[in-house]
Design a binder for this molecule. Sequence first.
Ligand code: AMP
Ligand code: MG
Length: 416
Amino acid sequence: MQQFISMEEAYGEIEERASRRLISTALVPLEDAVGRILAEPAVAKLSIPPFNNSARDGVVLSASGLSVAKAGSPVKLAGELRAGDSVEVANGIDGDAARIMTGAPVPSWAEAIVMIEDLTLDDDGTVIINRLPEPGAWIRPKGSDIAETSEILKPGRRIIPEHVQALASSGVVEAVIHTKPRVGLCSTGEELVDVKSGPPGSGQIYDSNRPFMTAMMRSFGCEVVVNEHVGDTLDEMVGFLNRVMEASLDLVVSSGAVSMGSYDFVKPALEAVGAEIVFHKVTQKPGKPLLFAILPNGTLYFGLPGNPVSTVVNCRFYVHYALSVMQQKPLETPVRLRLENEIEKPQGLAVFLKAQCLRGKGGALVRALEGQESFQTMPLLEMNGWIVLSEHVGSIQAGELVNFYPSNPRGLPDIF
Ligand code: AMP
Ligand code: MG
């Protein structure tokens, strides 16, 4: 185990371990796949459109019909095609022109379609073309949208209703998705009082990490299977670890007891049950004593320091990253935004700053908020994201570009 690794190294370690523990998969009806992450490519069963069809109500012309129209003469209509008519019926129409409706198959002899607004129909079964069409006009060619057998959605994409529209048109009725990650969590600390059983007595505080972690894990699409408060003893922590191992989970998160205090027993408890400590302590602020381990049954374990903002940062960035890798999602790309206010920071330490992206005169700007200490939760109510500065940079001047990540990692489109 390394002491004090950098943010980039921590991501590297997590990626390596998490990629060996992919979340299990299931085949589900397409409508039930919304909100879940695709585990296998979706392959188009049909071309879209599946046959050449008409984009307008109007008249379809053959090449010779078009020549007649160019001469300014009426063209004789040889039939009518409606949506739902077969391609064979369309091809069987013998003539130079036919009435055609939107979505109807286009005959193989078609040169172009003239929309209804550009023609005059006569009672004698002829049509005058008032505006000549370009060749191919208003014909939607077979496969011009989606080609049969092509991979149309990659693994790692979170399915949204718009995907269902395209997948269903191309004949995909089921999708292989990652099932909900099964997670366990606990808060540690004798000073904590459950929010439901308060108010806190002298020297006590509300346990805010546990409701936060529960909410955050659910927002990441997880099922919280084990959810406990653990007192400050090694035995209680070992008991918790044994219970999470019995529950066969994908990932476990605890808050508190990973620093240097006399009651910081998470690491000794992990060692007592035979876990592998991958790293402990990252050169970052807040949340420096972050611990990452692998339980003997392979479950990933994150020991987060208990300060409320450290817990938020480490969940938002590292736990979310592990869950993404386990579901084949690529690393998020930050938005580059112009900084409104100067930030003082030493080199050699990565920082996560509560921030607000706002509209400036010249476009979007980002501001680091007041109150950056890890116990200060008020700015969590104002912020809409984080400025993340790597350990390689020092202080930043107003006007420089910085990396911004939205509070909700699902708040930005998936960009591949
Ligand atoms: P620890 O990481 O256990 O040393 O805790 C660091 C600080 O975070 C202490 O001030 C704790 O009281 C506080 N803290 C720890 N766990 C929680 C929690 N679940 N909810 C709110 N504050 C916490
Ligand atoms: Mg504690």
